[in-house]
Design a protein around this ligand. Structure first.
Ligand SMILES: Cc1ncc(COP(=O)(O)O)c(C=O)c1O
Length: 357
């Protein structure tokens, strides 16, 4: 495919401006101009009428997740720095969504993209990557020392980058263009929409790009918003006991380079089952299909809401949509096989009726 590099960089890689008064949609960079500006919607099934709760629907980015933002920003920064040129092969390790965001951006810009995944990556994620034209490599075995897939995936990324003439590793765990996309996008949009009156933001953690970006914006703007990080039990980010993690995109097996002490005002761990229960409750109460990590965020919020002061304005960042989890989180068979008979955890849930009265 013919690369788009003849276009001046400020035309080819400009995203929508978030500056007030200049947020008319841009159409001169095709699908990439639709990244960001996701809806913020109210939730009725949590908060008990005492709290105002909103969800930031990052799954409505064109590639289907929050990762569209860092993917685009990292590619733009790589081009601006001269690390990406026509013919460069972009190679990244991803459990799915970052890969899809990169596959989308690379396909639009005419760049070859190799995505290194592991066996936990869902079938739909892999099919989507391939549909965007990405090459997919599955690392079959975890790192023997840590038992984690991530070190093994990163080792493979380095090998591929070293084997091509011009290779670029976005390094989403350490690249500050990742968190900057959430600082200048996700959190800026939330603050603008709620006119700065945000008391709590709950977000899932993996690379910590979302957490760092939100925390950086809050600090830079002198806001008093508290950030609650929702991590997977068994993730190394905030320590704690080891556990097998099966929810894609939540938690990390390596300490993210983007993490800084004190970014989160509080952290909560969720189990795999917490995520499933959260997803099922969101579907029933809010009529929304959200992905596993968003279910974890919802579940964590539900547990913590009683500790929050009356009238607090809370935002839950929902990183992706549920369709990619239709064969897992939303499959009764998969849930039964994985956890046993747990449907009573949401089927006896009468709060959706309570939310209407
Ligand atoms: C499914 C999912 N969960 C959680 C996250 C948050 O991850 P990070 O800490 O890398 O910003 C993302 C990011 O887009 C995601 O796609």
């Amino acid at each position: 495919m013919k690369p788009y590099f003849e276009l001046p960089p400020d035309v080819a890689f400009r995203t929508r401006s978030f500056a007030p008064g200049s947020d008319l949609p841009r159409t001169d960079e095709g699908v990439l101009s639709a990244v960001g500006h996701t809806p913020l919607v109210s939730l009725r099934g949590v908060g008990g009428g005492r709290l105002k709760v909103y969800a930031k629907l990052e799954g409505l980015n064109p590639g289907g997740s929050a990762k569209d933002r860092p993917a685009l920003n990292i590619i733009r920064a790589g081009i601006a720095a001269g690390h990406i040129r026509p013919g460069t092969v972009v190679v990244e390790s991803s459990s799915g969504n970052m890969g899809i965001g990169l596959a989308q951006a690379c396909s639009y810009l005419g760049l070859r993209f190799v995505c290194v995944v592991d066996p936990r990556t869902t079938g739909p994620h892999i099919a989507l990557l391939r549909a965007y034209g990405a090459e997919v490599e599955v690392v079959e075995h975890p790192d023997p020392e840590t038992g984690e897939y991530l070190p093994a995936r990163i080792r493979r990324v380095r090998e591929i980058v070293a084997s091509v003439e011009s290779g670029f590793w976005p390094d989403q765990f350490s690249n500050e263009a990742n968190s900057a996309s959430h600082r200048d996008g996700t959190m800026r949009e939330i603050a603008a929409e709620l006119e700065g009156e945000v008391d709590y933001v709950f977000c899932a953690t993996s690379t910590c790009g979302t957490l760092r970006g939100c925390a950086d914006y809050i600090r830079d703007e002198g806001m008093s918003t508290r950030v609650v990080a929702v991590d997977a039990l068994g993730s190394v980010i905030f320590g704690g006991p080891t556990a097998r993690r099966i929810i894609p995109g939540l938690g990390s097996g390596l300490m993210p380079g983007l993490l800084r002490p004190g970014l989160a005002d509080a952290q909560v761990h969720v189990t795999n089952l917490d995520c499933v229960v959260g997803c099922r409750k969101v579907a029933r109460r809010e009529a929304m299909l959200v992905g596993g990590s968003a279910g974890g965020v919802y579940n964590a919020f539900e547990r913590m809401q009683h500790e929050l002061p009356d009238g607090a304005l809370c935002v839950l960042v929902f990183s992706d949509r549920g369709e990619r989890y239709i064969d897992t989180v939303f499959s009764d068979e998969w849930v039964f096989h994985t956890f046993g008979d747990v449907s009573h955890l949401w089927e006896t849930d009468d709060e959706r009726v309570a939310a209407w009265t």
